[in-house]
Design a protein around this ligand. Sequence first.
Ligand code: FAD
Length: 285
Amino acid sequence: MKIRDILAQGKPTLSFEVFPPKTEAAYESVEAAAKEIAKLKPSFMSVTYGAGGGTSKYTVAIASMIQDQGVTPLAHLTCVSSTKEKVHQVLEELKEKKIENILALRGDIPADGVTPKEYRYASQLIREIKESGDFCIGAACYPEGHVESENKTDDILHLKEKVEAGCDFVTTQMFFDNNILYNFLYRVREQGIMVPVVAGIMPVTSKSQIKRIGLMSGTELPVRFRALLDRFGDDPAAMKQAGIAYATEQIIDLIANGVNAIHVYTMNKPDVAAKLRENLSEIIR
Ligand code: FAD
């Protein structure tokens, strides 16, 4: 099923992200985790794509396995470190496996700056996917602005280019303060971007995870959230419980304010996904 049709139903949706294994040896454990998460019957499940090749070859395989479990898959695809030939090879594999949904991304520029220079922005990839078949296309967006963007206004104008290139919905980078999302929504609608915005939520279940997030994306951490880290950061079980409770509260507030589409970055943890599902059982039926 196409994700745009799932989102068009106008009901609250809960979807989960998983990442593929980095090595063949880890394949079975990732597959098992993704299967457990699929048992929760999410609205759809996304599978990330390694920017520099690394994990990319397993994305289609894991997405196809998810489809076999009866859950709609969303395969991520990045372009900046890729050639057109490689991109079209993946598109053919997706068609062959009847995977209809793609999250089209630029990917991060590698540290050494060396790329094949065949793609510069995700909008180019979106145009190419659009011409290549009947795919439902999603793109990334950044409520706090993309790290390379000089200001949020330019970033939103570039987001508009992606929508005009043919993307059907956008998924946000994680955020921990819902007011940032509400402000972003106001600004994107003001620019005439009317596609569904799927809110990306990360349940933070350990101190090390948040350290990685802080370094990687420069995400703003509200005082209320930092208090949890200070109080429970050195007690893994308590931190996990508090992190799931925080994410649950964020999601309930979003739905109460009309943000229906919720995407959870599960970090391949079925128990975390299951606990959230349970916490929201009467809110997202
Ligand atoms: P773009 O939309 O191309 O934007 C990149 C930068 O260029 C932005 O600053 C934008 O403002 C600017 N820009 C765009 N168009 C123009 C223009 N015409 N002129 C000037 N500037 C322009 N990475 C992975 O490697 N694999 C994944 O699976 C993955 N999944 C993700 C899922 C989500 C929901 C999100 C939010 C991010 C994900 N990422 C993933 C990270 C993403 O690849 C990086 O954030 C990357 O740096 C930007 O990708 P993009 O598609 O947003 O790029």
